[in-house]
Every structure is written in structure tokens, then in C-alpha cells.
Design a protein around this ligand. Structure first.
Ligand SMILES: [Zn+2]
Length: 168
């Protein structure tokens, strides 16, 4: 009971007040967003934005917007500490590059699907002949020619597809 009474006082300030070495008031603007058990969260924000700027930015916002603003500032500050040149722009542009690469891969895969469907549609009559192989001896005679023709066609086709895949 004694301890809970002490915690509300100056003994356990929020992470911001602790770093700034000031008394954490009851209405401290930082306290809800920078708890004492996450000191690094405020340290980076203070390093990049400065405590008084963070204070001003929070004052200008509605209370319900402050949590989002703080998590945005924490993200930006951490990115800036990790990458002093590009900050979060580095992360954004690397993700955009990944999107570009993946969209190219997706377009290629979709083109291949269309290509394979067209190829499959073109070879359908051949499959019909093959399935009749056992039924009629005359179709059995014809099948080696038709089979080899389509088999060759498929080989050439796959080689082209491989080239188009690797060239990109
Ligand atoms: Zn405080």
C-alpha cells in the first residue's frame, strides 16, 4: 500500500521525465505514451525530434490522435537511428522496390498461366486421340505422328518460356 502511494509521486516518473530529469506531474503529456519500462522509446524520439518539439506536436493534437502520432514518431525516430541517411524513406523505398519486383513476377506468372491454358486448349484434340488408343487400331497407327509433333512443339515452347523468365 505504501508502494502504490509512492508510485504516483516523483519516485516512478515516465520514461520522458526520467531522461529529462524532471518531476513527472500528474498531467504529464508524455506519461500515457512513454511508460517507464520502455526507456528506449523516448530516447530515440528525443534524439531525433527533441522533447520540446514532441511536446508541442502533442499539444496541437486532439487527445485521441496522440497515440497514433507517438507511434508514428517512434517509428520514424527508430528508422532514423538505424539509417541516419535515409531514415524511414529507406525502408519505404526498399519496400517499394520489393513491390515492383513482385508485381513483375506476378505479371510473368499470369502471362505463363494464359500461355499454358492456350497451349492446353490447342492440344486437347491430341489428348482425345490418345485416350482412344486402346479402343481403335486405326487411331493407334496415327498417334505416333501426332504425338511427336505436339511433343516437339511443347519442347520449343518451354525453352522460350524459360528465356523470357530469366531475361527479366
Ligand atoms: Zn512524465
Amino acid at each position: 500500500m505504501k508502494e502504490s502511494g509512492r508510485k504516483q509521486g516523483a519516485v516512478s516518473p515516465c520514461a520522458a521525465c526520467k531522461l529529462l530529469r524532471r518531476r513527472c506531474a500528474q498531467d504529464c503529456i508524455f506519461a500515457p505514451y512513454f511508460p517507464a519500462d520502455e526507456p528506449q522509446k523516448f530516447a530515440n524520439v528525443h534524439k531525433v525530434f527533441g522533447a520540446s518539439n514532441v511536446n508541442k506536436m502533442l499539444q496541437e493534437l486532439q487527445v485521441h490522435q496522440r497515440g497514433d502520432a507517438v507511434s508514428s514518431m517512434v517509428y520514424e525516430a527508430n528508422a532514423r537511428v538505424r539509417d541516419p541517411v535515409y531514415g524511414c524513406v529507406g525502408a519505404i523505398s526498399s519496400l517499394q522496390q520489393q513491390i515492383d519486383v513482385l508485381q513483375t513476377q506476378l505479371a510473368l506468372a499470369q502471362a505463363e498461366v494464359v500461355h499454358m491454358r492456350m497451349r492446353q486448349a490447342a492440344t486437347m484434340p491430341n489428348h482425345g486421340v490418345n485416350s482412344n488408343d486402346n479402343a481403335s487400331p486405326s487411331s493407334k497407327l496415327l498417334s505416333p505422328h501426332t504425338k511427336s509433333f505436339f511433343a516437339m512443339d511443347m519442347v520449343v515452347d518451354q525453352a522460350n518460356m524459360g528465356e523470357s523468365l530469366w531475361s527479366c
